[in-house]
Design a protein around this ligand. Structure first.
Ligand code: SF4
Length: 365
């Protein structure tokens, strides 16, 4: 950890509660811990959120557009009545360097989704931390959170001084980087909060320059409708023509704005520590070619998504993305598979993407 735990100063928390939570979190494998007040509204974050929704940047993610719901995302009381503290936790799932021997198809998958779905492992750890927290005072309640509620966890984590939000819009944990999963334990125990840490990007613009679809309107301001992660995972329809080349070889999600970030630089001594091998690429990908995804049937899709995050993209979405990858690669060997998809796939979106890919390959030839 970059930050040494502070001594407890709250009159409400028993002596050592803070240290015991930090020690348990580190023992469980979290790389960073921070504490935020749960009973103070995150008004600045809500204003940014309002502007985001007003501009329609949520795209097809309609669940993000409800402002009363957004307000609740910033409200500790909604998550746990009487909440006083949000314990924010970060767990590293990757480093910027490629994993050795990762299957070619897995390379097109964002690093967080290459291995087995992380939720179960995170939830077990958070439940243990919540159980410890409940023992730290009379009638203390604690609720672990790992995507169970749509809380704005990045806003909470920044308030807790766990890291700062970089120009790429991601939470960067000094000494750990941004390839982190976030989780929380919301509790009625009052613990002295950590101060937020200042943003440290300085004059760097690497993430903005690296974005393959120029999805940043300005530093810190992402338009998800142009972001490859949104286009390849959440977007269900056809992808606008000018953005298809930008999808490049990304099958599911994109790490480009993180890979270039100096806070993830593996040569930096500050980014120490190993990654839990459970985050390594799922061996199932070793037997899958990108072209196979064009012809994936329901059974094949169910087998592939079992225990994995990639199911979110849907079967047709993966096939559409595969067509873009093959087209962008100029993969002539995939032409027969693309031709079959163009004429016979059950999704019009995939048929259209396969036609685009064929045209692109033929133009290059
Ligand atoms: S790449 Fe540079 S500008 Fe972008 S988040 Fe990292 S440090 Fe900040």
């Amino acid at each position: 950890m970059d930050r040494a735990p502070l001594p407890p100063t709250s009159s409400d928390a028993p002596l050592g509660a803070r240290e015991r939570i930090v020690a348990e979190a580190l023992r469980l494998g979290f790389e960073a811990v921070g504490f935020a007040r749960a009973d103070r509204p995150l008004d600045a974050d809500f204003e940014r959120y309002e502007a985001f929704v007003a501009a329609g940047k949520h795209g097809e993610m309609g669940w993000l557009a409800s402002l009363p719901e957004a307000r609740r995302r910033l409200d500790g009381e909604h998550v746990l009545p009487g909440a006083r503290t949000v314990v924010c936790l970060a767990r590293r799932y990757a480093r910027a360097v490629e994993e050795p021997d990762v299957a070619a198809t897995a390379q097109g998958i964002a690093r967080y989704a290459r291995g087995r779905d992380y939720h179960n492992g995170m939830r077990k750890k958070l439940r243990k931390l919540a159980a410890l927290t409940r023992t730290l005072g009379d009638d203390v309640r604690a609720r672990p959170l790992c995507d169970e509620e749509p809380v704005l966890e990045r806003a909470w984590a920044a308030r807790a001084g766990l890291g700062f939000v970089g120009k790429n819009g991601l939470l960067i944990v000094p000494g750990v980087g941004s390839f982190v999963l976030l989780g929380e334990v919301v509790t009625t125990l009052a613990i002295e909060p950590d101060p937020p840490i200042p943003e440290r990007c300085g004059a760097c613009t690497r993430c903005l320059d690296a974005c393959p679809t120029s999805a940043f309107d300005a530093p810190f301001v992402l338009d998800p409708r142009r972001c490859v992660a949104y286009l390849t995972i959440e977007h269900r329809g056809a992808v606008d023509e000018p953005l298809r080349a930008g999808v490049g070889e990304h099958l599911f999600g994109c790490d480009d704005c993180q890979t270039v970030c100096p806070f993830n630089a593996t040569r930096s001594r500050r980014v120490g520590g190993a990654v839990d091998p459970r985050f390594a690429a799922d061996p199932r990908w070793a037997g899958v070619e990108v072209a196979d995804l064009l012809a994936l049937d329901d059974d094949g899709f169910v087998r592939l998504r079992e225990g994995s995050a990639i199911g979110r993209a849907t079967r047709a979405g993966l096939a559409r993305n595969a067509a873009f990858v093959l087209g962008n690669r100029g993969d002539e060997a995939a032409e027969p598979a693309l031709e079959r998809a163009r004429t016979a796939h059950d999704s019009a979106i995939v048929r259209d993407a396969a036609g685009w890919a064929l045209e692109r390959i033929r133009r290059r030839r």
